[in-house]
Write a protein that binds this ligand. Structure first.
Ligand code: CMC
Length: 374
């Protein structure tokens, strides 16, 4: 009996959404190179592409953008919930609960995936995240601005001022790069729930729950914590060697599929550098530390196919854009929600409940002994 621990190399479905070439470090959404999408596309267009399989024409694009914009506001019930949350709550727990409230408000008694639920989820994630960020900072939440794109509006609601063109582009690119990644843990978790014909919100909650972990979407937060802990470029080599000799992991390094440099990390590095040089101060210092961690990490781990992944430089990009580190995974989730939905739609078209097996290796036929005789 061969058990593939962690389902490594196990295919669970066919897909036409995302292709990863882990040996060559290439990534395609619906056949388009991630490099082209990062350079020429934006969140809305790539989201449409991932969901519906083709680049939208101008009519489809404008319709999709309009429906996203019209759905950005959150209900009074959600606002009240966000105001009631303790300030030290984990932001992923807050997001997960907020999506649960959205599901309750939509009254999802039966299995259904409506276009409106899809748009609701994608458009409201940033509003929920930004609303909680502002409350946590003891600031008034900022209402969505329909004049702004999805990425720019997210930053506007977080920072209370309109982002520069560079910031807006960096956010768009970061969200494109996080939008989908084939059969990662959170996508699989959401598929398991969807395959039982549960509702869309319940499936997305499963995705958020899986993404929260430090081995998955929580790694960006851990990476920034590590850069801060290192404190100075001169400390990097000693820090990395100590970690490795204690059998600890370098966060933002390594990947189940990529055995070379993650192309998303390559693109994010460009933006991290650009923003760090522009902003200077602490951000530049953290970027310099990250660059050195990359160099030393590859020196010791590269020969084993362990390189920076998406979470490595996204941490610097998200921080430069005004997000506190504990919120990084919620930004990841705000992009990945599109991928979760696309995979759910693809899977349920030809649904089969996901019900694998566990190989039993315990005893059988044990004699039951009453409690007072044990
Ligand atoms: N630092 C040091 N050693 C590592 C690292 C790392 N970041 N990643 C893997 N290794 C070693 C690991 O210790 C193991 O060594 P050994 O064979 O001697 O026990 C070997 O490489 C294989 O590791 P694994 O955990 O069996 O590999 P996996 O494919 O199950 O795990 C991973 C993949 C991403 C969970 C892992 O590389 C890791 O823990 N990385 C750090 C956390 C991280 O950055 N996660 C983000 C992943 S990418 C985007 C996302 O999903 O959010």
């Amino acid at each position: 009996m061969e058990i593939k621990k962690g389902l490594e190399d196990v295919y669970v479905k066919e897909t036409e959404i995302t292709y990863i070439d882990g040996e060559l470090g290439r990534l395609y959404y619906r056949g388009y190179s991630i490099y082209d999408l990062a350079e020429f596309s934006n969140f809305e267009e790539t989201s449409y592409l991932i969901l519906y399989g083709k680049l939208p024409n101008i009519f489809e694009y404008e319709n999709f953008v309009r429906s996203l914009k019209e759905s950005r506001s959150i209900s009074n019930g959600l606002r009240e919930f966000l105001k009631s949350v303790k300030k030290d709550a984990n932001p992923m727990d807050v997001l997960r609960t907020a999506v649960s409230i959205m599901g309750l408000e939509e009254n999802t008694h039966v299995y259904s995936i409506s276009d409106q639920s899809i748009v609701n989820l994608i458009s409201k994630f940033p509003t929920i995240v930004a609303y909680y960020i502002r409350l946590k900072r003891d600031l008034e939440p900022v209402e969505p601005d329909p004049e702004l794109s999805h990425a720019s509006n997210f930053l506007y609601m977080v920072n209370g001022s309109k982002p520069s063109e560079e910031e807006s582009k960096a956010m768009d690119v970061a969200m494109i790069l996080h939008m989908d990644h084939e059969m990662n843990a959170s996508t699989f978790a959401s598929l398991v729930v969807a395959s039982t014909l549960s509702d869309l919100y319940s499936s997305i909650i499963a995705g958020i729950s899986a993404l929260k972990g430090p081995l998955h979407g929580g790694a960006n937060y851990e990476a920034l914590k590590m850069f801060r802990e290192i404190g100075d470029v001169d400390n990097v080599e000693k820090y990395i060697l100590t970690k490795l000799s204690n059998k600890q992991r370098i966060m933002g390094f390594g990947h189940r599929v990529y055995k070379t440099y993650d192309p998303r990390a390559r693109i994010l590095k460009t933006y991290a550098k650009l923003l760090a040089e522009k902003k200077g101060g602490e951000i530049k210092k953290l970027y310099d530390i990250a660059e050195k961690v990359e160099e030393i990490g590859i020196k010791y781990l590269g020969s084993r196919g362990i390189y920076p992944n998406v979470d490595f430089y996204s941490s610097i990009v998200f921080y430069s854009l005004g997000f506190e580190p504990e919120f990084f995974p919620t930004v990841f989730a705000s992009a990945r929600v599109t991928g979760w939905i696309a995979h759910i739609l693809e899977y349920v078209k030809d649904n089969k409940i996901i019900r694998p097996k566990a190989y039993y290796k315990g005893e059988v036929g044990r004699k039951y002994i009453p409690l007072d005789s044990r």
